[in-house]
Design a binder for this molecule. Structure first.
Ligand SMILES: *Cc1c(COP(=O)(O)O)cnc(C)c1O
Length: 419
C-alpha cells in the first residue's frame, strides 16, 4: 500500500460473519499441517490473559509452554526488546554486543558457575541440545560412540535431539536416526549401571520430565547418574529447557536440593522461559575442561545470541529477581496444591513451583477422564490448560500469576473434570 492509498487494510477474515471458520480455512490453506488445527486465533495478551479475535478472554495457564515467564507483554520485556530493536537488532556472531555479554554474565551469576564455564547461545531448545550432542561426541577427546537417554524424555525434534527423545512414534517415521543413542528405563539405577561404560560419551537427562506429564526422578537417581558418569568419564548433560528460569521456584530445577540432590552437571541446556517469548536457547558448559569440548569453528549459528533475544532474556532474569518471582512461584504452588488435591477426581499433584502435573483419577465406572476432553471444556470456559498425557494435565502459567487470577479456575475445575 502506498501513502496515498486510502483503502482500509481490511481482510476477508475481518469482514466474515463466521470468523472462526474463516481463520481455520485460512490457516489450512497457507500453513503446515504439522501442528494439527490450531485451537484459537489469538490477537492480544496482557499479564496472565490472552484474547482471541472475537474478543474472548482466556486465562493462560500454559504460558506458551512454559515460555512466557513474565506473562504477556510485561512492560520490562517490551521495553527491553523495543529499545534494543531501535538501537541494534542483529549483528551475526562475527561480533558481540553488550546485551549478549550481559545475559551470559547474568547466567554465570545465577548458576554460580566456576571459572572457565561458557555460554553458547542458540535459538531454541532443540538447538541447545544439538550443541550439547556435538559436545558429547567430543567427550573424552572423541571416539566414544554411545549417548544414554532416559525413557519418557523429550529433548526436541531436530535429528540429534530427536534421537534422544524417548517416544518411538516421534522417531520411527524419520529412520534412520542419528546413531549411538541408548534409551534406558526411567528411574532404574541398575539398568543405567548395565548400560554405561567407557564407550559412553554422555547421559542426557531432564531434572523434571515435562512432556511425559511432569515427573521427577526417584530419590537417588540423579545422584547415581552423576556418580556413574564421573566414574566412566562421561558427561552429565542436564536439559533444563522446560524446568529452568524459575519454573520450579529455583532459578534452575537442579538447584532445588530435593530435585537436584546437590549434583553439578557438566552441561546445562536452556530455552523456553529464558527469552520470555523471544526465541533463544543456551548450552552452558560447566567448568574449564568442558569449555574445550568444541573448538573455534566446530559449531555455529547466524541468529544465536542476537542482541534483541539477549536483551529480552536479561529483562526476564532481572525482573524475576527484582520481583521475587522464585519465592512467588513456590507460594502460589503452596496455595494451589491443597486446593487441587481437595477436588474429587484429582489424584497426585506432581512437579514444583509453577510446573505442575495433575493426575486425573478413574471415575466410579473405572474410566480415567480423557485429559483432552477436560482441556477442551476448560478452553470453552476460558482457561488454557495442557492435556500433556492421557489422564494428566499440565499447568505452566506465567511466574507472575496471582492466586486471585487462579481462583476462578480452581472453582471451575471440578465441573471441567466431570463434564
Ligand atoms: C520444549 C523442550 C525441548 C525442545 O525445545 P524447542 O524450543 O521446542 O526446540 C527440549 N527439551 C525439553 C525438556 C523441552 O521441554
Amino acid at each position: 500500500m502506498t501513502d496515498t492509498d486510502t483503502t482500509p487494510a481490511t481482510t476477508d477474515r475481518a469482514q466474515s460473519t463466521d470468523q472462526a471458520q474463516t481463520w481455520r480455512d485460512d490457516f489450512s490453506r497457507v500453513l503446515s499441517p504439522v501442528f494439527g488445527s490450531p485451537q484459537l486465533d489469538l490477537v492480544r495478551g496482557e499479564g496472565s490473559y490472552v484474547w482471541d479475535a472475537a474478543g474472548t478472554k482466556y486465562l493462560d495457564l500454559l504460558a506458551g509452554i512454559a515460555v512466557n515467564a513474565l506473562g504477556h507483554c510485561h512492560p520490562a520485556w517490551v521495553n527491553a526488546i523495543t529499545e534494543q530493536a531501535a538501537t541494534l537488532g542483529h549483528i551475526s556472531n562475527f561480533f558481540t554486543s553488550p546485551a549478549q555479554i550481559g545475559l551470559a554474565e547474568k547466567l554465570h551469576e545465577i548458576l554460580d558457575l566456576p571459572a572457565g564455564s561458557a555460554v553458547f547461545f542458540s535459538n531454541s531448545g532443540t538447538e541447545a541440545n544439538e550443541a550439547a550432542f556435538k559436545m558429547a561426541r567430543r567427550a573424552a577427546g572423541g571416539g566414544r560412540p554411545f549417548i544414554i537417554a532416559i525413557d519418557g524424555a523429550f529433548h526436541g525434534r531436530t535429528m540429534g535431539a530427536l534421537a534422544l527423545t524417548a517416544k518411538e512414534a516421534y522417531r520411527a517415521p524419520f529412520a534412520p536416526g542419528v546413531p549411538g543413542v541408548v534409551h534406558v528405563p526411567y528411574g532404574d539405577v541398575e539398568a543405567l549401571e548395565a548400560a554405561i561404560n567407557e564407550n559412553t560419551a554422555a547421559v542426557f537427562i531432564e531434572p523434571v520430565q515435562g512432556e511425559v506429564g511432569v515427573r521427577t526422578h526417584p530419590a537417588g537417581y540423579l545422584t547415581a547418574v552423576r556418580e556413574l558418569t564421573t566414574k566412566v568419564g562421561a558427561l552429565m548433560i542436564l536439559d533444563e529447557v522446560q524446568s529452568g528460569i524459575g519454573r520450579t521456584g529455583s532459578w534452575f530445577a537442579h538447584q532445588d536440593p530435593e530435585i537436584g540432590e546437590g549434583i553439578t552437571p557438566d552441561i546445562i541446556t536452556l530455552a523456553k522461559g529464558l527469552g520470555g517469548g523471544m526465541p533463544i536457547g543456551a548450552t552452558i558448559t560447566v567448568g574449564d575442561a568442558n569449555t574445550k569440548l568444541l573448538e573455534a569453528g566446530q559449531h555455529g549459528t547466524t541468529f544465536g545470541g542476537n542482541p534483541i533475544a539477549c536483551a529480552a532474556g536479561l529483562a526476564v532474569l532481572e525482573t524475576i529477581e527484582k520481583d521475587g518471582l522464585l519465592d512467588h512461584a513456590l507460594d502460589v504452588n503452596d496455595w494451589l496444591t491443597p486446593r487441587l488435591t481437595a477436588i474429587d477426581g484429582i489424584g497426585e499433584i506432581t512437579g514444583q513451583g509453577l510446573l505442575i502435573g495433575i493426575e486425573l483419577l478413574p471415575d466410579a465406572d473405572g474410566q480415567v477422564p480423557d485429559s483432552k476432553a477436560v482441556a477442551a471444556r476448560a478452553l470453552d470456559a476460558g482457561f488454557i490448560i495442557n492435556p500433556v498425557a492421557p489422564g494428566r494435565l499440565r499447568l505452566a502459567p506465567p511466574l507472575t500469576i496471582t492466586t486471585d487470577e487462579l481462583t476462578p479456575f480452581v472453582e471451575a475445575l471440578p465441573g471441567l473434570i466431570t463434564g
